[in-house]
Design a protein around this ligand. Structure first.
Ligand code: ATP
Length: 236
């Protein structure tokens, strides 16, 4: 039994269908990347898993339990934390205070303020700085740290590297092995396909709300990924 099983999920924004039957599964300690162009449905998929958007059909199980009836806060308590697109840090609170907000739905586990400081030494140097004055990279580390404070079994990261300087992207990705070494699985949405493939064990490529290619990241053919990503015919 996988940690998370997503089976044939469909989702709509009003009349507009955004997901057309998405399936994927994740095991503990895995990094699964979801890549795809703008509008492919990546954020929608994360929202459906986090529970901030309903699926119109299909099934979602986590630790073998049906997730579909669980409200977002209950999903956090069951072990799913989302790092949302845009990071959504409280701009008037300090780094430390933002991390403490993440502890509100805390489960037992490894992560606490001390080891978040060790995970991201840059954040430790900014401990009393308010969110408003943090750089994009600091905000991304803070958003991941805040999600980890709940001690999730599954961490969902939307747009892991969007808008960040390469040196910061490298720091964010360098932290993933330390996160998965605690058994936490990571599902990450990424537009940079090279980065996603390097960092993940499994990859799903989305196009117009469908999975058009999936597999073990190290075994996927780069040309096939590019064709799937851009929807170029003859991708099979
Ligand atoms: P991006 O990288 O641009 O965030 P994405 O792959 O995450 O793209 P989604 O944001 O999941 O894609 O969007 C999937 C589809 O749903 C697109 O056609 C998009 O226009 C549409 N969509 C997304 N959010 C909304 C919304 N709030 N209302 C209506 N349609 C939406």
């Amino acid at each position: 039994m996988s940690l998370l099983e997503v089976t044939d999920i469909q989702a709509m924004y009003g009349e507009l269908k955004a997901l057309f039957g998405i399936s994927l599964s994740i095991n503990p300690g895995e990094v699964h990347s979801v890549i795809g162009a703008n509008g492919a449905g990546k954020s929608t998929l994360l929202k459906v898993i986090a529970g901030t958007m309903p699926a119109t059909s299909g099934s979602l199980t986590f630790h073998g339990n049906d997730l579909s009836k669980l409200a977002p806060d209950k999903r956090v308590r069951s072990g799913i934390s989302l790092v949302p697109e845009g990071r959504r840090i409280f701009s008037s609170l300090t780094v430390e205070e933002n991390l403490k907000v993440g502890a509100y739905s805390r489960r037992k586990g490894h992560w606490n303020l001390n080891n978040i400081r060790e995970l991201y030494p840059l954040l430790a140097q900014r401990w009393d700085r308010i969110g408003f004055h943090c750089s994009g990279g600091e905000l991304q580390m803070l958003a991941i740290g805040r999600a980890l404070m709940a001690n999730p079994d599954l961490l969902l990261i939307d747009e892991a590297s969007l808008g960040l300087a390469p040196v910061v992207v490298a720091q964010v990705y360098a932290s993933l092995p330390q996160i998965t070494s605690q058994g936490t699985a990571v599902l990450l949405v990424e537009q940079d396909m090279q980065q996603a493939l390097r960092a993940s064990t499994h990859t799903s490529v989305l196009l117009e709300g469908k999975v058009v290619l999936e597999g073990t990241s190290s075994k996927l053919n780069k040309e096939a990924i590019k064709r799937a990503y851009f929807g170029i015919e003859g991708r099979a």
